[in-house]
Design a protein around this ligand. Structure first.
Ligand SMILES: NC(=O)c1ccc[n+]([C@@H]2O[C@H](COP(=O)([O-])OP(=O)(O)OC[C@H]3O[C@@H](n4cnc5c(N)ncnc54)[C@H](O)[C@@H]3O)[C@@H](O)[C@H]2O)c1
Length: 518
């Protein structure tokens, strides 16, 4: 096998794009920009020509902003050909279909194409939810059928999942990996399983958010702010679902749930179904979790500044939270700060008077207060980086007095955090979501869907997570994440929180999750 560059389809290869909708037009643009002659076709008369016009306009706008060379635009547009007859695809070396998301429609199309294109023409599907194996099953030459899953909008989103069906040849996979890379994309290889990598591993981001809302841990704006400002995610789950559209997001969850025979890990949320029923589909409908017609966006619940004098603070241990708290309090000129050698026992990170502060480990604050025999106990949610986070979430045990909670709030405010209070749900918001993202990603790797490296890369490039889930697990420690999930599983008694075998193994061995082990 040659180098990856020599494996890429030469730019002289004719690329046919079938389906000139949102995805097809974007993919045609990418292929033409990369230098390929592109034929674009759609079942609806005039749709392909309209797509070429749209691409030309988009590229001309980019040229006007000096983001692309004007000559390149005219060369690219010349390479684009709208055709109306499938026979016009006879010279194609690669076909990418982006037609309606329907198994029978895709099968029929590929069967028709198989009799038009050369026998070695690669047939790629942009499906996001249908089994590539199933699409290929009744088509002549299933070894050349492959998934090429672009993300929306295709010209901007870097990730492309190259999906191997059971019959897909490894040569075709390698060619498409190399071709996507030559087109300036970041390809990752995956097996044809429900949701592939990204649409599967991202499910807990929405599911845990919805569950937190259902359990009234906080309102949408507060949970979103915590996920952004503490978790480091670009958007919180509710604003993101509103942007994606609840019809689309719910349908993906439902299809992954159904395809996994109703595995409770993927159970869709009734809270989201209600929005779908109401037609509150998100931004595009003017209303979803948020009302986009209202003059003022809802603000996250933020604790008012506590002005009572806070007693001396003691910070224990070398955890990320302890180190960042000490540094931030010192930087803000906090005078009464004690930093004894050694830890505070039982995971205590800080004390302020008789208030003890700990990082959540998947138990509720109330449960932890009982286990520790400390009434005035406050939990802190996970942050991507406690050194730079602007907000932190706290939850108090039922037994914690208000004055004692205020001391924890005062400590965090002195360290420069905005503080949001969550109700006392197990695992809080960021910790629980991140632990579930890690678990799902570990399980995908465990089932051979992709390598550990591909999984992290896919989540970084496909959904712009601030850190690959498996690298995040390594930063926190697989054993700590396993503990969080075991505590969640004990609390809820649901199969949903069961531990991935791979995470369990790495927690025991101490080996890293983010790298493949022979
Ligand atoms: N929209 C997304 O975010 C997204 C992301 C990744 C993958 N996908 C997948 O890409 C595919 C297309 O999605 P889209 O959002 O571009 O849809 P779209 O509705 O915007 O476009 C589909 C186009 O295909 C045409 N079409 C339908 N059946 C056809 C056929 N048999 N032959 C030729 N043309 C046909 C339609 O006329 C339409 O123009 C689907 O499989 C979808 O699951 C979509």
């Amino acid at each position: 096998m040659g180098t990856s560059e020599s494996l890429a389809l030469p730019v002289s290869t004719v690329v046919a794009v079938v389906g000139a909708g949102a995805m097809g037009a974007g993919i045609a643009q990418v292929a033409a920009l990369a230098g390929h002659p592109v034929r674009i076709i759609d079942a609806r008369a005039g749709a392909a020509a309209a797509a070429v016009t749209r691409i030309r306009d988009t590229l001309s706008q980019l040229a006007a902003k000096k983001k692309i060379d004007a000559r390149k635009v005219s060369e690219t547009v010349q390479r684009l050909d709208a055709v109306e007859d499938i026979e016009a695809l006879g010279a194609a070396g690669l076909v990418i279909e982006a037609v309606v998301e329907d198994l029978e429609a895709k099968r029929l199309l590929f069967s028709q194409l198989a009799s038009v294109v050369p026998h070695d023409c690669i047939l790629a599907t942009n499906t996001s939810s249908i089994s590539v194996t199933a699409i290929a099953a009744r088509v002549n030459g299933p070894q050349r059928i492959v998934g090429m899953h672009f993300f929306n909008p295709a010209p901007q989103m870097p990730l492309v999942e190259i999906v191997a069906g059971l019959a897909t040849s490894s040569e075709v996979i390698q060619r498409m990996m190399a071709t996507a890379a030559a087109w300036g994309k970041v390809p990752v290889q995956t097996k044809s399983t429900p949701g592939f990598i990204v649409n599967r591993c991202a499910r807990p981001f929405y599911a845990e958010g919805l569950r937190l809302l259902l359990e009234q841990a906080g309102d949408c704006a507060t949970i979103d702010a915590i996920m952004r400002e503490s978790g480091g995610f670009r958007m919180g789950p509710f604003e993101l679902m509103d942007m994606i559209g609840h019809d689309v997001n719910y349908a993906v969850t439902k299809s992954v749930f159904d395809a996994n025979y109703g595995d409770p890990r993927y159970t869709p949320s009734l809270a989201q179904l209600e929005l779908v029923h109401a037609g509150f589909l998100g931004r595009k409908a003017g209303r979803g979790f948020y009302d986009y017609g209202s003059a003022e966006a809802p603000r996250p619940a933020t604790e008012p500044i506590v002005t009572v004098p806070s007693p001396s603070i003691t910070i224990f241990g070398d955890s990320d939270l302890a180190k960042a708290l000490a540094r931030r309090l010192e930087a803000s000129g906090h005078r009464h700060l004690d930093r004894p050698y050694g830890d505070g026992g039982h995971g205590v990170v800080a004390k302020s008077g008789d208030t003890v502060v700990l990082l959540t480990d998947g138990r509720t604050a109330t449960q932890r207060a009982q286990d520790l025999g400390k009434d005035n106990l406050v939990l802190v949610d996970l942050a991507l980086d406690f050194g730079t986070a602007t907000r932190v979430a706290l939850a108090k045990a039922d037994s914690c007095a208000d004055y004692a909670f205020d001391r924890a709030v005062a400590m965090m405010q002195a360290a420069g955090f905005a503080v949001s209070r969550l109700q006392d749900v197990p695992g809080m918001a960021v910790m629980r979501t991140v632990a579930m993202l890690i678990n799902e990603t570990a399980e995908a790797v465990n089932h051979g869907v992709c390598t550990a490296e591909a999984a992290d890369l896919a989540m970084l490039k496909g959904v712009s997570y601030p850190r690959g889930p498996l690298a995040w697990a390594d930063a926190i420690g697989p054993a700590a994440i396993a503990r969080v999930l075991l505590n969640l599983s004990t609390w809820y008694g649901e199969d949903r929180y069961r531990l991935s075998t791979l995470l369990r193994r790495r927690a025991a061995s101490g080996e890293r999750l983010s790298v493949s082990h022979a």
